[in-house]
Design a binder for this molecule. Structure first.
Ligand SMILES: Cc1cc2nc3c(=O)[nH]c(=O)nc-3n(C[C@H](O)[C@H](O)[C@H](O)COP(=O)(O)OP(=O)(O)OC[C@H]3O[C@@H](n4cnc5c(N)ncnc54)[C@H](O)[C@@H]3O)c2cc1C
Length: 451
């Protein structure tokens, strides 16, 4: 046994417990908060290793925390030890000459954008600057630049991982290649990544961005127009359709359009939507990092993510998203802030990589549907999973698993659900899990059973 005092005496960072000033278990979603016995804030991989060994010696559950956005509680632990990388391991270093970003495991995407864009370079990251690099990367990773550069995992060059034995390993195509394969989509199953090295791309400074808010009655015309736009969608552009409540609560559809080019080029592609008569039109050129600040969410509400794949652009199914949301809000008014999003990226680059090239399984050209199920009536907390499931059931014809980072509602649902999530990549993941985490120490996300 190692005592906490022994751990503290050799720890360069901080080990806190309830009552300490810096003990912080807050999360993006209030419903994901769990009362950890210890929250450790390491400063480097050696600290992380010590925290793992301490937790294992004391039979404490381990959770890894990056940007705190999991709504499943995957980065939290009731009574265990949280390795929170976000406080003291969030540095970003750019090697402009080699076009590489060295990003510590607790950094957020905004910091990566800011550091890289000073050099006219960009890493493919998520669409909200506040989300963590850690969870978004190990789960796969989509962003506005996915059409041009693929998934975040496709841009990962190497990583430093601290495995369950406490060893600090480099994972890349040439070192521990199986581990490198596993962390590119296998989530937090293999241990904390203390540093990611990403490929950077040349990026123009200003990009085109449009936000058009429509009354949801316009949905049929919007979908006809989107169908036309999709026919010659190019890798530089993407659309999100968000189904939400407007300022007065009435249902609306928000079309976000991104074009990695000039205002004129963007208008040539997206002007067609403004012609449909939106209630609100915010169209402009913005510095690239700022488009990742457009989508803002308050922090600390009850929220649960649920995801599904949309196999093809099916207007009937998409119309059901709007109808299902309206039905939900009519039945449970405290869910009025719930939002559903359909992400329409160009999938050429993503699907050019074979499904077995990385652990990430969702490369079949399907669009993501993501639901942020939000509720203020606390009495709904115990039913959130079930209610959100029935909303998704109203939309999709059959139960399809979705992008893992949007499937929080199904985390912890047992081995069959985990196998479904990873599909044909599960068998290899289980073998790699046996090698690097045979006792399933890292089990807070879709936990792979060691083979
Ligand atoms: C507002 C919002 C916007 C989003 N936008 C996008 C988007 O544009 N694209 C996209 O692909 N996804 C997006 N997501 C989903 C997002 O990818 C997941 O929520 C992701 O888990 C967030 O990671 P995090 O580090 O912030 O969360 P955390 O809660 O800290 O962690 C989530 C999971 O990742 C693990 N983890 C975190 N850091 C590390 C690390 N360094 N090493 C190993 N495991 C780690 C945790 O253990 C946990 O299992 C969004 C989510 C939200 C809430």
């Amino acid at each position: 046994m190692i005592s906490v005092d022994e751990l503290r005496s050799s720890f360069k960072g901080q080990v806190t417990t309830d009552g300490d000033t810096d003990y912080d278990i807050s999360r993006w979603a209030k419903s994901a908060v769990r009362k950890a016995k210890y929250v450790a804030y390491p400063v480097d991989a050696e600290d992380v290793s010590k925290a793992i060994l301490f937790a294992r010696a004391n039979n404490l559950e381990l959770a890894i925390c990056g940007g705190r956005h999991s709504t499943a509680g995957a980065s939290s632990s009731e009574g265990g030890l949280v390795i929170d990388l976000g406080k003291k391991m969030n540095n970003v270093r750019i090697d402009a000459e080699k076009q590489l970003a060295y990003v510590q495991g607790g950094a957020r995407w905004g910091a990566v954008d800011e550091a890289s864009m000073k050099h006219g370079l960009v890493a493919l990251g998520g669409v909200v600057s506040d989300t963590g690099v850690g969870g978004l990367t190990v789960g796969g990773g989509y962003g506005w630049l996915t059409g041009e550069h693929g998934l975040v995992v496709d841009n990962l060059v190497s990583a430093t991982v601290v495995i369950a034995s406490g060893e600090i390993l480099i994972a890349s195509e040439t070192e521990n290649a199986d581990l490198f394969w596993g962390i590119r989509g296998g989530g937090s199953n293999f241990g904390p990544v203390t540093e990611f090295v990403f490929k950077l791309h040349k990026q123009r400074s200003d990009v085109y961005f449009t936000e058009l808010v429509f009354a949801s009655a316009k949905l049929p015309q919007i979908l006809d127009e989107v169908e036309g736009w999709l026919k010659d969608q190019c890798p530089k552009e993407a659309t999100h359709l968000a189904f939400a409540g407007g300022p007065d609560g009435s249902p609306c559809v928000v079309l976000f359009g991104f074009y990695n080019g000039s205002f004129e080029e963007g208008e040539a592609r997206f002007g067609r939507f403004a012609a449909l008569g939106p209630l609100l039109n915010k169209t402009r050129s913005l510095p690239y990092p700022e488009i990742n600040n457009v989508l803002e969410f308050s922090i600390g509400e009850n929220r649960l993510f649920r995801g599904a794949f949309l196999p093809k652009f099916d207007k009937k199914v998409i119309s059901r998203i709007d109808a299902a949301r309206q039905k939900l809000v009519a039945e449970y008014p405290s869910t009025a802030k719930s939002t559903l999003v359909l992400e329409l990226y160009h999938f050429g680059k993503v699907s050019s990589v074979p499904i077995d090239a990385t652990a990430y399984p969702g490369r079949h050209g399907n669009s993501n549907i993501g639901m942020v199920f939000e509720w203020s009536d606390e009495s709904l907390s115990s039913q959130a999973r079930q209610i959100s499931k029935s909303v998704m059931g109203d939309i999709t014809d059959e139960e399809t698993s979705g992008y893992g980072n949007f499937c929080d509602a199904d985390v912890g649902r047992g081995k069959d659900r985990v196998m479904e999530q990873f599909g044909s990549n599960y068998t290899r993941l289980a073998i790699i899990k046996r090698k690097y985490d045979p006792e399933n120490v890292f089990h807070r996300w879709f936990a792979i059973t060691p083979a």
